[in-house]
Design a protein around this ligand. Structure first.
Ligand code: UDP
Length: 250
């Protein structure tokens, strides 16, 4: 499938909808072989300015979805339109629903003590018949990689969600993709925290008016340092030249 993409400050972001993302997952599960999805937001783009390794991981990912209203704004500013915001926190429950219908096997990795397990219970309750074939916390440290990779390989999932926060989760997937050999691997940030109710997500109306970032700043004020990336992102986009629009084969 050919997918249009726009380059925002050197990071390629695909113009996809939720429906297309789920269809791509289905295609990759049928096709087998490892595929990586990243949920890119302005914090990712700014981190990628300083971290060449993170930037190359994002640009090598099979799919980079626009998880952040700032990316839709930036694309428009650069003369391009992204169809909708596609968030990891929404993709996880949507993928679980489709997984229950189509028999995809899920593995949930990461987040705090008990959170992945609780997330699995909630997803199974909402989607009877859903196969969650493994949950593990662990950490992205190299010392734990062998054990975690073995656990994933033994469970043979079709989809692996990794909640270690960015960039750790995306670097971890890229580093171990060949050994993991899971058809769909996606870094999901705080998605398990949202599903398990550990952390409250902004109400839908706040998301709709594009202010989820402000909700996070108010409810998690200790993140203000990380969120300085947002004004820096806006400034960098305003100064940048129009991005390239290309069609990438995925
Ligand atoms: N996390 C983890 N191990 C780590 C670092 C983070 O399991 O070594 C988890 C953390 O518990 C949270 C998730 O990673 O569930 C990422 O949260 P964050 O708010 O940073 O993600 P964002 O939503 O900003 O991408």
């Amino acid at each position: 499938m050919d997918l249009p993409a726009v380059e925002i400050l050197g990071v390629r972001v695909h113009a996809v909808t939720y429906a297309q993302t789920l269809d791509l997952m289905a295609a990759w599960i049928a096709q087998r072989g490892p595929h990586q999805i990243a949920t890119v937001n302005p914090e990712f783009v700014m981190a990628a300015q300083r971290d060449a390794r993170f930037r190359s991981v994002l640009n090598a990912a099979d799919l980079c979805v626009p998880d952040g209203v700032g990316l839709l704004w930036a694309a428009r500013r650069l003369g391009y339109r992204l169809p909708e915001r596609v968030t990891g926190s929404d993709l996880v429950p949507m993928a679980a629903e489709r997984a229950a219908r189509e028999g995809w096997r899920l593995f949930l990795l990461g987040a705090g003590p008990g959170v992945a397990r609780r997330t699995a219970e909630i997803l199974v309750r909402r989607n009877p018949g859903l196969a969650v074939v493994g949950v593990a916390e662990g950490s992205p440290a190299d010392s734990e990689a062998d054990g975690l990779i073995e656990a994933v390989r033994t469970a043979e999932p079709d989809v692996l969600f990794v909640a270690y926060g960015a960039p750790a989760q995306d670097l971890w997937i890229a580093r171990h993709a060949r050994r993991l050999e899971v058809p769909v691997m996606m870094g999901v940030g705080g998605a398990f925290d949202h599903i398990a109710g550990v952390r409250r997500r902004a109400p839908v109306w706040v998301q709709r008016i594009g202010l989820e970032w402000l909700f996070r700043l108010i409810t998690q004020p200790w993140r203000w340092r990380r969120q300085l990336a947002l004004p820096r992102f806006v400034w960098a986009v305003l100064r940048s030249r129009p991005g390239r629009h290309e069609t990438f084969h995925v």
